[in-house]
Design a protein around this ligand. Structure first.
Ligand SMILES: NC(=O)c1ccc[n+]([C@@H]2O[C@H](COP(=O)([O-])OP(=O)(O)OC[C@H]3O[C@@H](n4cnc5c(N)ncnc54)[C@H](OP(=O)(O)O)[C@@H]3O)[C@@H](O)[C@H]2O)c1
Length: 252
């Protein structure tokens, strides 16, 4: 029987799938026949998403995890390897508690470094050796437009995203000999729950006000999901190394 879905038979692991870009990506990739593993901390949200996708015929495994928990990520990596391995990783989980550096919100800096950098590395580590052995795989890291430039109050967040971009490009070069492709996706402003992670009240209100102003339409999570789908469905000789997607109205 012919099957024209682009991701049939592919196991795709999405971190941060309980909301926003990750959740939208789960919908878009499931529609293309991907067999999904969805992760985040909020198990209830993952379960609701899994049920919705299964109703539409999708194959979904719920794998709750805190990406900053190295031991749990190693255990999950082993579990996924036993299940047959991951073909495509969408390394998307992230947090953005931004504030000026003078405020010294050190716990939030630690959290961003743990989730946005270490979590990304732990997920790569969980799947990379299996992909290298099979000589087939694709790792998609979600960095940000903040990986390309700096913004006041986002020094540490931007630092973590610059790190993800640097890690992605290094990995891309190293992974060529294993036939593993690497893509760094750089979203501009997307309407998601991300600003809820901002602990600094004034900045949280300002970001939200700016994001949801009627006269300034920003991106929807689906717009980034469509970019991810594009990157992972190119012919085998094509590596979409970086993809910057911003709303038309976003100058910087
Ligand atoms: N929205 C934007 O404008 C924008 C722009 C550029 C880049 N990005 C990046 O896009 C990615 C997705 O963000 P989003 O905008 O879709 O925001 P979101 O709706 O807040 O999604 C963030 C996801 O990450 C998960 N997450 C957070 N901490 C986690 C942890 N410790 N362990 C496991 N999962 C964790 C959250 O799930 P749980 O809370 O259930 O764990 C959630 O599913 C992030 O890396 C973000 O930096 C977003």
């Amino acid at each position: 029987m012919s099957n024209d879905k682009k991701l049939s038979g592919k196991c795709v692991w999405i971190t941060g799938a309980s909301s926003g870009i990750g959740e939208a990506t789960a919908h878009v990739l499931a529609a293309e026949g991907a067999e999904l593993v969805i992760s985040a901390r909020r198990t209830e949200k993952l379960t609701v998403l899994a049920k919705a996708l299964q109703k539409q015929g999708g194959t979904v495994t719920v794998a709750p995890v805190d990406v900053s928990d190295r031991t749990a990520m190693e255990a999950l990596g082993m579990q996924l390897a036993e299940m047959g391995g991951v073909d495509i990783l969408i390394n998307n989980a992230g947090t953005m508690p931004i504030s000026p550096i003078i405020n010294g919100r050190v716990d939030e800096w630690d959290r961003m470094i743990d989730v946005n950098i270490k979590g990304v590395l732990y997920a790569i580590n969980a799947v990379y050796s299996g992909m290298a052995e099979r000589k087939d795989g694709h790792i998609v890291n979600i960095s940000s437009i903040a990986a390309r430039q700096t913004y006041q109050s986002a020094g540490v967040y931007g630092g973590t995203k610059h790190a993800v971009r640097a890690i992605s490009d290094t990995l891309r070069k190293e992974a060529i000999r294993f036939n593993v492709r690497v893509t760094d996706i750089q979203p501009g402003s997307v309407a998601t729950e991300l600003p809820d992670s901002i602990g600094h009240e004034k900045i949280r209100s300002a970001v939200k006000e700016n994001m949801y102003a009627d006269d300034s339409p920003i991106l929807q999570p689906q717009d980034i999901a469509n970019g991810i789908l594009y990157a992972i469905t190119q012919p085998p000789y094509v590596d979409v190394s970086e993809l910057l997607i911003r709303p038309v109205i976003q100058e910087n």
